[in-house]
Design a protein around this ligand. Structure first.
Ligand code: 3NM
Length: 213
């Protein structure tokens, strides 16, 4: 069982910023700092893709970003890398369908750790809930440039389906979300939105984050 209350989780999910060094045109610490100033409510360190930092450099950047999040009371989630999350005492992890299940991760990291799972179908969502996920990431809602191996674009259909069928787990939409299309994701029943490029690539990271709020 997890000790994180669903209503607390929903609040954290409101504006969930995801980023790694390859998503940044400036130093990631500066980008995250501006995003926090703009009002993000949750952060995921996702150091993935060609040119991603490895080893000590990855660990060092994770610690720098975690420190910044701690200073601003923003929970710090690590994408996929359970060992990194354990090494630095992250607030949570986010995993995909090819990773270990939420129940196995929970055993490793403890009841207090936030565990998020990406789900692309109703069955995957049901399984993640059964395994004890704290929240689901549903996507890609719209076309995305940030994940080359993203599944087929699904619009807001799965979010609506989950809510219509009475599934009330905290969830976020992800993939191609911008200020212009974010409202539809919330309207469909999401508690929040996850964003990489619309914040990380913006001319003003702070203003971009603030505009979502
Ligand atoms: N996961 P952007 S889409 C990390 O569908 C990620 O599970 C997705 O980046 C999924 O906001 C995606 O730049 C990329 O489109 C989101």
């Amino acid at each position: 069982m997890s000790s994180i209350h669903s209503e607390t989780m929903r609040k954290h999910l409101k504006l969930y910023f995801i980023m790694g060094s390859i998503n940044c045109q400036r130093h990631p610490v500066n980008v995250l700092s501006e995003a926090i100033a703009g009002g993000i409510t949750l952060f995921q360190y996702r150091e993935k893709g060609p040119g991603a930092l490895m080893g000590q450099a990855n660990l060092d950047l994770a610690k720098q970003l975690q420190k910044l999040c701690r200073e601003h009371h923003i929970p710090f989630i690590v994408n996929d890398d359970i060992s990194l999350a354990m090494a630095i005492g992250a607030d949570g992890v986010h995993v995909g369908q090819d990773d270990e299940s939420a129940s196995v991760i929970r055993k490793k990291l403890g009841a207090h750790t936030i565990v998020g799972v990406s789900a692309h179908t109703f069955a995957e969502a049901q399984q993640a809930i059964q395994d004890g996920a704290n929240y689901l990431g549903i996507g890609p809602i719209y076309p995305t440039q940030s994940k080359p191996d993203a599944k087929e674009v699904q619009g807001t259909g799965l979010i609506q389906e989950l809510r219509t069928k009475g599934i009330d787990i905290p969830l976020v939409g992800i993939g191609g979300i911008t200020v212009d299309n974010a409202a539809a994701v919330i309207k469909a029943g999401a508690d929040g939105i996850s964003v990489i490029s619309a914040i990380a690539n913006a001319a003003s990271v702070r203003d971009a984050a603030a505009s979502f709020i």
